[in-house]
Design a binder for this molecule. Structure first.
Ligand code: FES
Ligand code: FES
Length: 159
């Protein structure tokens, strides 16, 4: 059975055509809407590379049915900042040398945005726990934690 429905993605309505009911949000974002920033690594909810926000909650896009997200606010890595104007989190990852590969970094950025929305001054333990769902075997997470802490400090400085 094919369906036509509308998702609300990054502030815009996006029609999804010729989709099957069982397609994941990750699949629809990438393959039907051309939003390639969210990555599919494990596609089993284990790695966090597909992290997106739905109604301000961080979720694994590979575990969510796209058709089930109708009527909810979806934000992807493409929607957190304008092109050419990185968010403070993205800039901090660059400044701290925390950018990893193209698979894990988008999810780490999304998870950091989510964490700092809920906890503006997270402890190192809290950061490690929050990012534990974003798996990268290639880092000790030290620079990533540094990046998160830089954003927290900077935001406190301007508030
Ligand atoms: S691709 Fe979704 S958690 Fe790994
Ligand atoms: S998985 Fe991206 S650098 Fe390790």
């Amino acid at each position: 059975m094919n369906e036509i429905y509308t998702l609300h993605v990054n502030g815009e309505p996006r029609d999804v055509r010729d989709a099957s009911a069982g397609e994941s949000l990750l699949y629809v974002l990438r393959e039907r809407l051309g939003l390639m920033g969210s990555k599919g690594a494990c596609e089993q909810g284990e790695c966090g590379s597909c992290s997106v926000m739905i109604d301000d909650q961080l979720v694994c896009g590979c575990l969510v049915l796209a058709a089930g997200a109708v009527g909810q606010r979806i934000v992807t890595i493409e929607g957190i900042a304008p092109v050419g104007a990185p968010s403070d989190v993205q800039q901090a990852f660059v400044d701290a040398g925390a950018v990893q590969c193209g698979f894990c970094t988008p999810g780490l950025i999304m998870a950091t945005h989510s964490l700092l929305e809920r906890s503006p001054s997270p402890s190192e333990m809290e950061i490690r726990e929050e990012l534990s769902g974003n798996v990268c075997r290639c880092t000790g997470y030290g620079r990533i934690i540094d990046a998160v802490q830089r954003v927290a400090v900077a935001r406190r400085g301007v508030s």
